[in-house]
Design a protein around this ligand. Structure first.
Ligand code: HEM
Length: 128
């Protein structure tokens, strides 16, 4: 694995799909205990976990398995059914920040992921 961010994808640097599966597992531990977020998610968290891990793998340079299975990500459209205001956005970003911090991603890749999650979280707000 190269540590030169210009010559590899983040997907490759962090350890490919298993990294994102673990990241999403950690993130969902936070969601499960969150009084704001838990009610927004379905009873069975399994399918959503797999979709998020697949999406993130693809987003960061991995194979396009998410789109083959789910179609275009269209994240704003897919989140339209959930009321996402500042409180929901902040709770989501907090749990993902904790999951990234708990991972073994390099400091540079940590910065890249956190910048993406904070921006995308704001972009997905659809209330307030
Ligand atoms: C950084 C921002 C975010 C990203 C990249 C993201 C990504 C995703 C993806 C890829 C899915 C699966 C879509 C599919 O069905 O294929 C999903 C589902 C979902 N997201 Fe997000 N999301 C983000 C922020 C949020 C926020 C802020 C909330 C709410 C507070 C939220 C709540 C949900 C819920 C409730 C689902 C459905 C889960 C399920 O069906 O099991 N997301 N998200």
């Amino acid at each position: 694995m190269s540590s030169d961010p210009a010559s590899t994808t983040l997907y490759e640097r962090v350890g490919k799909e298993p990294f994102f599966v673990k990241l999403v597992d950690k993130f969902y531990e936070g969601v499960e205990q969150d009084a704001v977020l838990r009610p927004l998610y379905p009873e069975d968290l399994g399918p959503g976990k797999a979709h998020l891990a697949g999406f993130l793998s693809q987003y960061w340079g991995g194979p396009p398995n998410y789109s083959m299975e789910r179609g275009h990500p269209a994240l704003r459209m897919r989140h339209a059914p959930f009321a996402i205001g500042q409180v929901e956005r902040d709770a989501w970003v907090l749990h993902m920040t904790e999951a990234v911090a708990d991972s073994d991603a390099s400091p540079q890749d940590t910065i890249l992921m956190l910048a993406y999650f904070t921006d995308a979280g704001t972009f997905l707000m659809n209330r307030g």
